[in-house]
Design a protein around this ligand. Structure first.
Ligand code: SF4
Ligand code: SF4
Length: 314
């Protein structure tokens, strides 16, 4: 059971990206991380993506893995897609170079790959990039995904619209009786409002049926140092100090230093979710044409992944 994995306190979750709907990259990510020992996969709430992950696990004879799908409110950055204004764009290529997903080619955004990380917006010299929320209708997608046997639904609530948050949360609670995860960041909320929101959201839930994914600095992973992961640990400490009956998961800037820093700060975490950094370290292998035919590609990628996973599960 997913509960047991969390209670062991050594749970590594691979975040494939709430907005990542590039099916072939999902297959490859899931395959490599599953071979390396990951048993919890966070996917876009998309039937094709979930099918691809389930099929990959089945083909690899891995039957003890858990699937989580991510949905969010409109203002959550994880649900955004980059859009380029061609009246302003000068085709400088800066956005293409910085994109961690390889989602931009010749100033065109491939929506299925974009995860809304904001890096392209930051480097654009002409302010030509903006973001469109990619809203999913929960009643259209969740029933089908639940039928497929998903183990967890993650709700991203980085934003201010309380009405949207609580109406969607109510629907999710009424529709799914398994583990729920709340992905939340301090951002503009501040520490007190963060805890108040969580308390309100879990008020009617059974103790320890909810994961709080403390998202330090959403989608900021990239460097493998203490500074990058500092906000993840700091946000987790705020949740821990509230003494709530929840599982605590660190995310948002997580890397191979996260558990070390968390232990130094006496954070009693149950799990670590790694996304940007986990995808970045094997990007060049994922993009190989001979991925499925060259065993050396798989072995080299596994040698890079294993120290990251071991930093959490050992
Ligand atoms: S940099 Fe981030 S937001 Fe921009 S296109 Fe790439 S994934 Fe999307
Ligand atoms: S960084 Fe801005 S100006 Fe340069 S190619 Fe991208 S959208 Fe166009």
């Amino acid at each position: 059971m997913l509960k047991n994995l969390l209670e062991d306190k050594h749970c590594f979750k691979l975040v494939c990206g709430a907005g990542n709907e590039d099916v072939e990259s999902i297959r490859r990510l899931v395959y490599l991380y599953a071979l390396a020992g990951c048993r919890f996969f966070d996917l876009s709430a998309n039937e094709e993506v979930v099918d691809a992950a389930l099929e990959t696990l089945h083909n690899a004879n891995i039957y003890d893995a858990y699937i989580c799908v991510s949905v969010g409110i409109k203002s959550d950055p994880h649900c955004n897609k980059a859009v380029i204004n061609y009246d302003k764009c000068i085709n400088c290529g800066s956005c293409e170079s910085i994109c961690p997903q390889g989602a931009i080619h010749y100033a065109k955004v491939k929506k299925s790959k974009c995860i809304g990380c904001g890096r392209c917006w930051k480097v654009c010299p002409k302010m030509a990039i903006s973001y469109n929320p990619e809203e999913k209708k929960l009643d259209e997608i969740l029933p089908q995904l639940i039928k497929k046997g998903i183990d967890c639904i993650e709700f991203h609530v980085i934003g201010q619209d309380e009405n949207e948050i609580f109406s969607k949360w109510q629907y999710i609670n009424e529709t799914f009786d398994g583990m729920l995860s709340i992905c939340i960041s301090r951002g503009k909320l501040g520490d007190e409002a963060l805890i108040e929101r969580i308390q309100k959201m879990i008020a009617n839930r059974t103790p320890y049926s909810t994961i709080i994914q403390a998202d330090g600095f959403p989608m900021s992973g990239g460097a493998d140092d203490y500074k990058t992961t500092l906000q993840a640990v700091a946000t987790a400490e705020i949740v821990q100090n509230a003494n709530l009956p929840v599982y605590l998961m660190l995310s948002g800037g997580t890397n191979s230093k996260t558990t070390e820093l968390a232990q130094m700060c006496s954070i009693n975490y149950h799990a670590v979710a790694v996304g940007s950094y986990a995808r970045k370290i094997i990007k060049k292998y994922i993009e190989r044409q001979d991925f499925w035919t060259n065993q050396l590609v798989i072995e080299d990628a596994l040698n890079i992944i294993k120290p990251l996973i071991d930093s959490v599960i050992l």
